[in-house]
Design a protein around this ligand. Structure first.
Ligand SMILES: C[C@H](O)CC(=O)SCCNC(=O)CCNC(=O)[C@H](O)C(C)(C)COP(=O)(O)OP(=O)(O)OC[C@H]1O[C@@H](n2cnc3c(N)ncnc32)[C@H](O)[C@@H]1OP(=O)(O)O
Length: 699
């Protein structure tokens, strides 16, 4: 049996039922059946006046053990009908919930079924089931709106906000006794006997409720167009309001059964466990090492990344020394930290009062003097190898022997970065993602020489600043960069093969990516994208595709979102709209890819003497292929573009797509000299062709 409940009846004739499945008292079918038995036993006993429900070890319940929702089909079948428990027995017989720790999901729903809830001040209460592709399935969709009104209830369910919803707060050592006395007072009618399922006073009038639900549906569709379960949740809430809570409970149970079989739910359950699994690294975290205490951290560089990292550290109570090269850069860095904190308050991630306290932990400096007692240094200067090498060599001289050196690089080889030091064993990569104080991922890069102790130390810091760490090996791009590299490459290839830019982005966003590849390149900026491309091309030449389109656009002074013109056009609010002009660049590429091989073949024909003169091929192309007469025939047109350009394009394509595009010897020779493609052509000189057309100067 996985978990159970324990029934104890005190001298005050109050039965205390304790959910016991340590540490989080997760619910399972066994626990629920045991709860049912305990309640029935309490009701049968002559000496029980009231019931209090609580959890063991100072926790209430973290909700259902979601491993029963994922896993094999057999396992899921064995655990069927979880939701029907709310219909069958979880109905208004429990009196007071004593909540010492997390009461989440099904755990919170057990508490909602009580007539009152007493909690400690730190207990977390919420219905986060939607993060698993489920809906609250033990009556939450019906009870919560009746207790707090629709707007708050929807916020709690759809946005997984953890809100307080208790009748009284008590210190943990008095929690259960307070709940006992509440239960007796309810019995004696000295406190209201409120069955949450039948309350209507907090529910908005029907017309208003419908409007609120309509808006919620609209937001859900907009935020997650591929997800059905938030809409199911809204439908079931509405059903309960219109047809009554009993029907609502039944529908909720049916929907839960259906949703928990879905691939979306199984995927999200998988992500929940996978996320918790990233900090368990075989050969590292199973060595029995204890993380060393990290109190003071130095951040080198107060730019976008450095200030974001410093922000994440100070809000998690670390003391931070922020080092810059001069007064004005330092002030800018500190201003960025302040702005980050303000935006965190706006996003309701931290409380306003926290700002001053967090800033008091930040100390801006211009020298390494205060590095003598730091436990960890995080270098976050621009991506410049020799600068980074110099910094690591400098900090080695002024930091304690045991401090950890982390490098925030997205591509450089860590061995190269530590080349000028004797500290390779304590160098680790800390690849934060922009904005560093918000994005939850942290790539931790280890080399063959990074010591396991240093990895364990850094994992502990990652946990404290609430990042999800993924430990990876040392190579260009690490894991995320390498996986993401083909994202834009394939997209460019598709477009160079004729696909529509906006069509590609649309297909990808429809799939669920927030930004399509072209919108993403605009966001990153063409310059940065090119630097990254070049690094990958150098590291993985055999599988790199060098896109032409970006350089074509750069020549037209397009550089991405920051210049309001990239693949898209941007208005004052950075709203992107397709640019009808972009078509011409892509269309130009399509035309070139179709006609340059024809030019190539025409050159072979001339070289082999199959045709006597170039102008004959012009006529042949116009009359035989319907090549536009106003373009002067194939060779004439090619000469107007220039043999050098055509040859270089064919060369590029042949490297990517193979010999189909390989320029022939005749073309290569003419291109090298910069001459026209006529057999009788002379370099760079305008001349009358034998057909009488004026040749244009070579491009
Ligand atoms: C029918 C119902 O409506 C359906 C439901 O109830 S669905 C479940 C709803 N419950 C939840 O969403 C709660 C999910 N859990 C959490 O948010 C957090 O674990 C928590 C806030 C409860 C505790 O956080 P924290 O103290 O940091 O511990 P955390 O590391 O997350 O969890 C401790 C262990 O419990 C496991 N765990 C936590 N909640 C779990 C759950 N609901 N199911 C299965 N395992 C769970 C974790 O995987 C972890 O296992 P590990 O030690 O092997 O890695």
């Amino acid at each position: 049996m996985k978990g159970r409940t324990v029934l104890e009846v005190g001298a005050d004739e109050v039965a205390v039922i304790t959910i016991s499945n340590p540490p989080l008292n997760l619910l399972s079918v066994d626990v629920m059946l045991s709860l049912k038995e305990s309640v029935e036993e309490a009701l049968l006993r002559g000496n029980v006046k009231a019931i209090v429900i609580t959890g063991s070890g100072g926790n209430f319940s973290g909700g259902f053990d979601v491993s029963i929702f994922g896993g094999s089909a057999k396992r899921r079948k064995e655990n069927r009908k979880v939701g029907f428990m709310s219909v069958e027995f979880l109905t208004d017989i429990l009196e007071v919930a004593a909540i010492g720790g997390p009461a989440l999901g099904g755990g919170f729903e057990v508490a909602l079924a009580c007539h009152a809830r007493i909690s400690t001040s730190t207990a977390q209460l919420g219905l986060p089931e939607l993060q698993f592709g489920l809906i609250p399935g033990l009556g939450g969709t019906q009870r919560l709106p009746r207790l707090v009104g629709l707007t708050k209830a929807l916020e709690m369910m759809l946005d997984a906000h953890i809100l307080g919803l208790v009748d009284s707060i008590a210190p943990s050592d008095e929690l259960v006794n307070t709940a006992r006395s509440w239960a007796l007072q309810i019995l004696e009618r000295r406190r209201p006997w409120v069955t949450s399922l039948h309350r209507t006073d907090k529910l908005e009038p029907l017309a208003e409720a419908r409007t609120i639900l309509k808006i919620a549906r609209h937001h859900s569709r907009k935020r997650a167009p591929n997800l059905r379960h938030p809409l199911v949740c809204i439908d079931i809430i509405e059903e309960g309001i219109i047809s009554g809570p009993r029907i609502g409970l039944q529908k909720e149970a049916e929907a839960l059964e259906e949703l928990r079989q879905s691939i979306i739910s199984r995927s999200l359950v998988h992500i929940f466990f996978a996320r918790r699994g990233t900090s368990k690294i075989s050969g590292i975290t199973d060595l029995g090492l204890t993380p060393r205490k990290v109190n003071r951290i130095a951040v080198v560089g107060g730019g976008q990344m450095g200030s974001g990292i410093a922000t994440a550290l100070i809000v998690s109570d670390y003391h931070v020394v922020l080092k810059e090269v001069n007064e004005s850069s330092l002030l800018d860095g500190i201003d960025r930290v302040k702005a980050n904190l303000v935006s965190q308050v706006k996003r309701r991630k931290i409380a306003q009062e926290k700002i001053e306290r967090a800033l008091s932990r930040l100390n801006g400096v211009l020298s390494y003097d205060s590095f003598k007692d730091v436990d960890l240094v995080i270098e976050a200067v621009p991506e410049n190898l020799s600068l980074k090498q110099q910094i690591f060599s400098d900090i080695e001289k002024c930091c304690p022997q045991c401090s950890v050196f982390a490098c925030n690089t997205s591509t450089f080889d860590l061995n190269a970065i530590g080349e000028r030091t004797k500290s390779q064993n304590r160098i680790i990569g800390a690849h934060f993602f922009y904005p560093a104080h918000v994005t939850p991922l942290l790539e931790i890069v280890r080399t063959e020489r990074t010591s396991p102790q240093v990895i364990v130390d850094f994992l502990d810091v990652a946990k404290r600043i609430k990042k999800t760490p993924v430990v990876v090996g040392n190579c260009t791009g690490f894991a995320v960069g390498r996986m993401f590299f083909p994202y834009s490459q394939s997209a460019m290839l598709l477009v160079e093969c004729g696909a529509d830019i906006y069509g590609v982005d649309q297909a990808i966003t429809k799939f669920g990516m927030p930004l399509g590849p072209f919108r993403l390149i605009d966001r990153i900026g063409f310059e940065v994208a090119n630097v990254t491309f070049n690094q990958y091309v150098a590291a993985y030449p055999e599988r790199s595709f060098k896109p032409m389109l970006i350089s074509v656009l750069q020549e037209e002074n397009r550089a991405g979102e920051s210049t309001r013109k990239g693949f898209y056009l941007y208005d004052d609010n950075s709203k992107a709209s397709p640019d009808p002009d972009i078509k011409k660049y892509v269309e130009k590429d399509i035309v070139d890819m179709i006609f340059f091989p024809i030019v190539n073949e025409a050159c072979r024909i001339l070289a082999e003497g199959v045709a006597v003169k170039a102008s004959d091929l012009d006529i042949a192309s116009v009359l035989g292929m319907d090549f536009p007469v106003y373009r002067g025939g194939i060779i004439f047109w090619a000469n107007s573009i220039g043999s050098t350009y055509i040859c270089s394009k064919l060369n590029d394509w042949s490297m990517t797509y193979g010999d189909f595009f390989k320029p022939c010897a005749y073309l290569v020779e003419r291109a090298a000299k910069g001459t026209s493609l006529d057999r009788e052509g002379i370099a760079g000189v305008s001349q009358m062709s034998s057909s009488g057309h004026k040749q244009q100067k070579q491009v």
